[in-house]
Design a protein. Sequence first.
Length: 116
Amino acid sequence: QVQLVESGGGLVRAGGSLRLVCAASGRAFSSLHMGWFRQVPGNEREFVATISWSGGTVYYADSVKGRFTISRDNAKNMLYLQMNSLIPEDTAVYYCKAVFSSQEYWGQGTQVTVSS
């Protein structure tokens, strides 16, 4: 089992920045493939960014490329999402996801609201 707890969401003006944090426990963090997703009520959950177990490979959705940065600290069991140049369209609940041996684990989400 893997437990994930997100934090760092909040209300920010357009152009501002936030850093989301996902704290993981229950399994060796360095064995987990990690990612961030987001969801707006009434819409499907969408991919934001993903990072390999070593941190050496990252992928981003086109909508956030150049503005968001995903990173991890395997020594602290932490996953991060640095979000810069935020726009109102980034408003959503952001979820942390872990994958191990085809099993998926999700956090409870953290709300990000960007005002215009």
